[in-house]
Design a protein around this ligand. Structure first.
Ligand SMILES: [Zn+2]
Length: 254
């Protein structure tokens, strides 16, 4: 039922998601440079002018300044408002679809971590270890919280990561990155074995054609940055995985 309280809660979740999204922007720029993410002092990337609080309101400031620095008029990357809005929408989506629960809180934090690592992986071809450790911590909390299903979660840790580990050894690390393997382990612990198998399958289905097109267009020969595709697989799996799995089993007549 959509009563006024529920709507208020959803609006709050959206706002919190946007605020956290603004912190994710800080992470996206500072983690690859190994800078401290705890110091919040923002300045224009072009003129270095220290930003006032009203220049720094997530989403709104960028819209009101029409994507330009107030002081030097240099364009501000649309990546800031896009990450803020995306995180807000992901939080709202998981709250609406999975309901308000401890699981939803953990999934929301997972989504923020995935959003951050996707952008970093896309730019640097590396998944930061710190983000995988964060997801591991979320996975441990989830496993303890659902201790009667702990086996599902522990199998989830290994079910995709071990085959990937074998591929890494066989191909001498050219087949897939170590960060991707660790992501499948930590996310698997968090979401359980069924959803992580589905997430990996979806990631490959989405990633393979996109990568072929991108390689054709840019002539890029780099190893595929799998992080963004695996993350999309995990998003879909967490939000609609149970329905997808039962639909698939019905189709297969199992
Ligand atoms: Zn400026």
């Amino acid at each position: 039922m959509l009563d006024i309280t529920t709507i208020m809660i959803y609006i709050l979740i959206l706002i919190y998601g946007i605020l956290v999204g603004s912190f994710l922007n800080v992470c996206v720029y500072r983690i690859p440079k190994k800078e401290n993410i705890a110091i919040i002092r923002s300045h224009c990337m072009t003129c270095n002018h220290q930003l006032k609080w009203y220049d720094n309101i997530p989403l709104l400031s960028w819209l009101m300044l029409r994507g330009k620095c107030r002081y030097c008029k240099a364009p501000i990357s649309p990546q800031y408002p896009i990450i803020e809005a995306s995180n807000g929408l992901l939080w709202l989506l998981v709250a609406i679809i999975r309901g308000l629960s401890v699981d939803t809180l953990l999934y929301a934090l997972l989504f923020s971590a995935l959003l951050t690592l996707s952008v970093i992986d896309f730019r640097t071809y590396e998944i930061p270890a710190g983000i995988n450790i964060f997801i591991l911590a979320l996975g441990l909390v989830m496993t303890v919280y659902h201790y009667t299903d702990w086996v599902d979660h522990v199998i989830g840790f290994f079910v995709v990561s071990i085959p990937l580990y074998i591929i890494i050894i066989v191909t001498n690390g050219r087949g897939i990155g170590g960060g991707d393997m660790k992501l499948m382990a930590t996310a698997g612990l968090l979401i359980g074995w069924k959803l992580v198998v589905l997430a990996f399958a979806l990631g490959c289905i989405i990633g393979a054609p996109v990568h072929v097109i991108r390689m054709k267009m840019s002539g890029a020969d780099r190893v595929l940055a799998m992080g963004p595709y695996l993350s999309i697989g995990i998003f879909i799996s967490v939000l609609w995985g149970e329905q997808l799995i039962s639909w698939y089993l019905n189709m297969a007549g199992i």
